[in-house]
Design a protein around this ligand. Structure first.
Ligand SMILES: [Zn+2]
Length: 272
């Protein structure tokens, strides 16, 4: 398979947009990554070389096999945790895109077992009955750095994900999957929204989550993914085109959850 087919080029461009959107909204920062299954070869996937997502360009998109080994761009530095992607694609033929992030809004739910991460709004039907927590300590012989460093750990994560769409990773982050790149980005975005909603609602009282039936019905909202994708891409593109004077702040717009009380300390007043 060559890397120069028109379809591959279009897919790489979408993947670049996905990187920039996730970075623009603070879902990923210097770390975190997004991939998509190769449009012409289900045994491969596309993922950037080791770069902060905001800096990814089309030329940085590489092909990998399902062992997590690069098929293009030999000799380039690679993401350490690419096995998250390879093993999920191997285990889940329905998955066409994966986002792994360390989004600060979601992290609290990965370290408190008694704080279930269930859908609190209709944009989060993909959470179903709630995201599980993968505790790497359950599958390693001794203490680890919590990272998914090899196929074996990736396989354990994929098993914990099972047939669900999202998994929290204890003290580390989260991973979300979807049948398309745009929906994977949408889900990563709304996972952070959901986290903020739960934290804020809890200050008022007990949270009434969507029932599993409501969550299933709410999945239809994802059919409109092109609407948010367009405006998110426009926002990321505008930021990228900002004058040089503001270039040092490129892609570091305040995370959307910083607008509320939660995470206010994260806001750096960079809004124009
Ligand atoms: Zn990670």
């Amino acid at each position: 398979m060559t890397v120069s087919t028109p379809l591959h080029t279009a897919s790489s461009a979408d993947l670049v947009d996905a990187n920039h959107i996730l970075a623009h909204f603070g879902i990923v920062d210097a770390f975190g990554h997004v991939s998509m299954r190769h449009p012409l070869d289900a045994e491969r996937f596309l993922l950037a070389r080791n770069l902060a997502p905001a800096l990814v360009k089309t030329d940085d998109i590489l092909e990998f096999d399902l062992a997590g080994q690069p098929m293009t761009g030999m000799g380039q530095a690679l993401y350490l945790e690419r096995f998250i992607h390879s093993e999920i694609y191997r285990a889940r033929p329905d998955v066409m895109a994966v986002v792994h992030s360390h989004a600060a809004a979601v992290l609290p739910f990965s370290v408190v077992a008694g704080a279930p991460f269930r859908p609190a709004c209709h944009m989060c039907g993909f959470l179903g009955a709630g995201a599980g927590i993968f505790d790497i300590g359950d599958v390693t012989a001794g203490p680890s750095d919590l990272l998914i460093r090899d196929s074996s750990l990736g396989r354990a994560l994929a098993e914990a994900l099972g047939a669900t769409n999202a998994i929290l990773m204890r003290g580390h982050g989260s991973t979300v999957v979807a049948a398309s790149l745009k929906v994977a980005v949408y889900r990563a975005y709304y996972m952070a929204v959901n986290a903020r909603l739960i934290l804020e609602a809890r200050q008022l009282g007990a949270v009434q989550f969507l029932s599993t039936e409501e969550a299933a019905a709410a999945l239809a909202t994802e059919n409109q993914v092109d609407r948010p994708w367009r405006v998110w891409k426009a926002a990321a593109d505008r930021q990228a085109a900002a004058p040089k004077a503001g270039a040092k702040n490129m892609y570091i717009a305040p995370p959307f959850w910083a607008k509320g009380r939660i995470g206010a300390a994260m806001s750096s007043s960079r809004r124009r």
